[in-house]
Design a protein around this ligand. Structure first.
Ligand code: SF4
Ligand code: SF4
Length: 207
């Protein structure tokens, strides 16, 4: 079993949300294709601002708002509860993870002067301005590197960030996503549908 290691890139940091709403605008950079290969994922994360949703997020928001999941999420392919697709005879493994839908002006569908679903806002929103880069180490362990988005005007203000709380949120998000993806990958693997040479892609939904 690979270990999951969490590392915070910064030492001490202060943060207090200034409610500017800028993280509720979802950037979808034009210089990427709909399928983003893993080799480009770091650059993609640096240039985009998408709110990735776990199944638990979608269920909580749907319950609170009375909306159907398909009204909340964007995926590149049809939203059918399975985010793992294969193409090209199993040589492409595509992770079409759901992201929060935006309005035409790129703001989140739940932004109305402020967040209208604050009590059930997704884990990705609770994490902002901190972001996580996932890396698989040569021994198979998974490293979750926590960095922060310095464009957020709340950085450097308010109280010192409680790193343990932050790390717990990051691990929760990782475990929820693993639960969402792994059963599908395992099923496809067991049926021999995924080629040993498969390249992995993430999608850029909702553009
Ligand atoms: S987290 Fe940062 S970017 Fe988002 S609303 Fe607060 S101050 Fe603005
Ligand atoms: S759910 Fe709330 S906090 Fe998250 S992007 Fe939408 S409006 Fe902003």
């Amino acid at each position: 079993m690979p270990r999951v290691i969490v590392k915070t890139v910064f030492k001490d940091i202060r943060f207090q949300c200034q409610r500017c709403g800028s993280c509720c605008h979802h950037k979808r950079p034009l210089d990427f294709d709909d399928l983003v290969p893993m080799e480009q994922i770091k650059e993609f994360w640096q240039k985009s601002n998408l709110i990735y949703l776990t199944e638990k997020d979608v269920t909580a928001i749907a319950k609170e708002t009375g909306k159907k999941a398909a009204e909340i999420v964007d995926t590149l392919f049809d939203y059918d509860g399975c985010y793992v697709k294969i193409r090209d005879n199993g040589c492409q493994l595509i992770l079409d993870l759901p992201v929060m839908k935006s309005k035409e002006d790129t703001t989140c569908i739940f932004y109305k002067d402020r967040c209208s679903i604050y009590s059930v806002r997704p884990i990705a929103c609770r994490l902002f301005p901190f972001r996580v880069e996932e890396e698989t180490l040569t021994n198979g362990d998974i490293l979750l590197n926590i960095d922060c988005n310095l464009t957020c005007p709340g950085i450097g203000k308010g109280k010192k960030v409680d790193k343990r709380k932050l790390e717990k949120l990051v691990v929760d998000q990782f475990l929820q996503r693993t639960e969402d993806i792994n059963p599908h990958v395992q099923r496809l693997n067991a049926s021999g549908a995924i080629s040993k040479k498969a390249r992995i892609f993430r999608t850029l939904p909702g553009r």
